[in-house]
Design a protein around this ligand. Structure first.
Ligand code: ARG
Length: 468
């Protein structure tokens, strides 16, 4: 039985092959393997192994010389992986086993000591936590850059008015900048959710073993310290089977993607010939293979389309976890494709939308035309009557009749004479005309959060400071 380090002739030196009589069927190898997905965790896997190794040394499970040899070899393996020179073998079920196999090739049986007191179950959740910590930091930076682009665009057009909509009907004039800054506020909350999820994932699970804990006198706080975790997990069963942090992140990603999709939808509408509020940069559109005049908003369309995919991955994770008994079950391997796909999709969407928005051309002429006509100012007329002492409900009724009559006569609200207005109420006087302008309507919304130019400029300044 001296065949291979696992002592089994069938299983090509698989770490767990000892108790098997038959080698793994090719179909099963292909079916159960996850290395194509989890190989992206290699750097974190090695980082975790080095910390584990030092912990074993501190616990006097490994001698210092052994520790040094293992760490040096792990670093060599990392370089192979960094440079794309690492050769994966067919029997490498996952990244953890691939790295351990290579380690043992390099330093012989000593490599087999690395996994002392550790299971892939606590190892894999450590790796993902380390990976996410880094990814989330990058992601927050990416959101921040997108926000900066939106704020800069808002600033460049800070006096441009546009129709604000409810029910997709023109409602009241707002500043185009105010509209863009609405998205910046959404993204502020997105960052908050990510930072909040980060706190709960930032806990060190190693030392939980397969499920029950470890027999070795390891100092788990020391491992945590080496890896920069402020805390350690407090229940081994939970530690190896908890995927809450992934669900939280997938939920946060879904909400961010929803925000990206909402602006995308507006870009699609605004860039249509019917609106023509904006021009998308040519480099971010494609043409039609049949209709020569077409310039299609594919990027926002795909962001809109892929939003469903990100939600799907959240549901995927939730369903994987539903009713899953403690503790580790192989179902949990399905967490990573879902999580990584959600993360990759949102990051790619955010990146391309940032660059598109940076280059977006705002069509001031169309926006100017769109706020003309007076319809958007009906509420101002009602509020004017309120200022003159009329109860709002009554003022609403009077203004409604003015609007209807203007519509019937094909007239613009702002073109009515004082005499015509006074047919509806004798409270109208010549002061009304100063109120019936887009600028006045906008600037009167001067409370915190309103669209008045002063407020929007203030908010731009606050955000610039916050995002610098
Ligand atoms: N590839 C596995 C995963 O992603 C690692 C843990 C495997 N554990 C096990 N007991 N087979 O979940």
């Amino acid at each position: 039985m001296a065949k291979g380090r696992a002592g089994n002739a069938f299983n090509d030196g698989k770490a767990w092959s000892g108790r098997f009589r038959e080698s793994t069927h090719r179909l099963v190898e292909a079916f159960t393997g996850s290395v194509a997905v989890d190989r992206r965790l290699y750097a974190q896997d090695i980082q975790g192994s080095i910390a584990h190794c030092k912990t074993l040394e501190k616990a006097r499970v490994l001698r210092s010389a052994e520790t040094r040899t293992i760490i040096r070899a792990l670093e060599a393996v990392k370089i192979e992986l960094d440079r794309g020179r690492f050769k994966f073998a067919r029997q490498d079920e996952d990244i953890h086993m691939a790295i351990e196999r290579r380690l043992t090739e390099l330093i012989g049986p000593l490599g087999g000591k690395l996994h002392t007191g550790r299971s892939r179950n606590d190892q894999v959740t450590l790796d993902v936590r380390l990976y996410l910590r880094h990814q989330l930091e990058e992601f927050v930076k990416q959101i921040q850059e997108y926000q900066r682009v939106l704020v800069a665009k808002a600033k460049a057009h800070r006096t441009v008015a546009m129709p604000g909509y409810t029910h997709f009907q023109r409602a009241q004039p707002v500043l185009f900048a105010h509209h863009l800054l609405a998205y910046v506020d959404m993204l502020e909350r997105d960052k908050g959710r990510i930072q909040d999820a980060h706190k709960r994932l930032n806990v060190m699970p190693l030392g939980s073993g397969a499920l029950a804990g470890t027999n070795y006198p390891v100092d788990r706080r020391y491992t945590a310290e080496l890896l920069g975790f402020p805390d350690v997990t407090t229940n081994s069963l939970d530690a190896v089977s908890d995927r809450d942090f992934m669900i939280e992140i997938a939920a946060a990603l879904s909400i961010t993607m929803m925000h990206l999709s909402r602006l995308s939808e507006e870009l699609i509408v605004w860039s249509s010939q019917e609106f023509h509020f904006v021009d998308l940069p040519d480099g971010f559109c494609t043409g039609s293979s049949m209709m020569p005049q077409k310039k299609n908003p594919d990027v926002p369309e795909l962001i809109r389309g892929r939003t469903g995919r990100v939600y799907g991955q959240l549901i995927n994770l939730l369903i994987t976890m539903k009713a899953l008994p403690l503790s580790y079950n192989r179902d949990l391997q399905e967490d990573k494709p879902a999580l990584f796909d959600a993360l990759d999709t949102v990051k790619a969407s955010l990146q391309v939308l940032t660059e598109l928005m940076r280059r977006l051309k705002v069509n001031r002429e169309s926006l100017k035309q769109a706020v003309q006509g007076g319809g958007l100012l009906a509420t101002e007329l009602a509020d004017y009557l309120v200022d003159k002492g009329m109860p709002f409900r009554e003022a609403h009724g009077v203004t409604g009749r003015v609007v209807r009559s203007a519509l019937e006569r094909g007239r613009d609200l702002t073109s009515l004479s004082l005499q015509e207005l006074r047919e509806f109420s004798d409270r109208f006087d010549k002061g009304v005309f100063a109120r019936l302008t887009v600028e006045a309507a906008i600037d009167r919304k001067s409370q915190i959060g309103g669209t008045a130019r002063g407020q929007v400029e203030l908010r731009i300044k606050q955000l610039e400071r916050r995002l610098s």
